[in-house]
Design a protein around this ligand. Structure first.
Ligand SMILES: [Zn+2]
Length: 233
């Protein structure tokens, strides 16, 4: 059965269910007064005001919280970087191993390795590993590793100091974003950026992010900048 027919059948079933529910309702009584619009906020909780949050809570499919969620979504994160990181964690970036299914041969644009995978790019690739070490070497110390699974596990560890953990997660997302952008730029024939220069760009982006956080949330976040200077200069 094609997808189109499956979809038509599903819609028909949804429509039938809807019709049954409408027929189940008692018809409106004129004497009860005019109709008013109420928005469902929760089970048996109807109000006159609309709430995006309450509506989203009701329509979304709730699943168990995944253990990596704090690495992707946290207060200091940049949404654009979180999104690329989320794609990387779900292994949905169009790396060479995925592109092979479409008949495209894609070697690693950063080092020439034949098998470009998510785990290779972050950070088994010599180029990206050197960038990662340059950016976070002093912050992570012995916790630094080229292995994807180990990196994810270490970013989630509780025994790392809170401020360092926030900085490590921010640096992780910023590095993933910049490496993926550099990989795509090279693929599209743009000028190549050398390792040291990319690491410098990531450091600069980190400083800009922290500055804007201080601007938004106040001087209590100045410690974040102080610590970042400590581990990068
Ligand atoms: Zn590589």
């Amino acid at each position: 059965m094609t997808n189109m027919f499956k979809e038509a059948k599903r819609r028909n079933r949804v429509f039938q269910e809807l019709l049954l529910r409408i027929c189940d309702q008692r018809p409106p009584v004129y004497d009860s007064g005019p109709d008013i619009i109420l928005w469902k906020h929760a089970q048996d909780d109807y109000q006159k005001t609309f709430s995006t949050r309450a509506t989203w809570e009701q329509v979304r499919v709730k699943r168990e919280k995944v253990d990596w969620s704090d690495v992707v979504w946290f207060k200091q994160a940049v949404p654009q970087f979180s999104f690329i990181t989320w794609l990387a964690i779900k292994n949905r970036l169009s790396t060479g191993d995925h592109m092979r299914m479409w008949g495209v041969q894609q070697d690693c644009m950063l080092c020439g390795e034949k098998n470009e995978t998510r785990d290779h790019l972050f950070f088994a690739c010599p180029y990206s590993y050197m960038v990662w070490v340059t950016v976070t070497g002093a912050l992570l110390g012995t916790l630094i590793t080229p292995d994807w699974t180990d990196t994810m596990e270490r970013l989630q560890r509780d025994r790392v100091a809170t401020m360092d953990k926030v900085l490590a997660k921010m640096a992780f997302q910023t590095t993933i974003y910049h490496i993926w952008r550099e990989r795509n730029a090279r693929r599209h024939g743009k000028t190549w950026i050398q390792m040291a220069q990319l690491a410098h760009q990531i450091d600069k982006t980190m400083r800009n992010i922290i500055s804007s956080l201080i601007y938004r949330f106040g001087s209590r976040l100045e410690g974040l900048m102080r610590r970042w200077f400590e581990v990068t200069t």
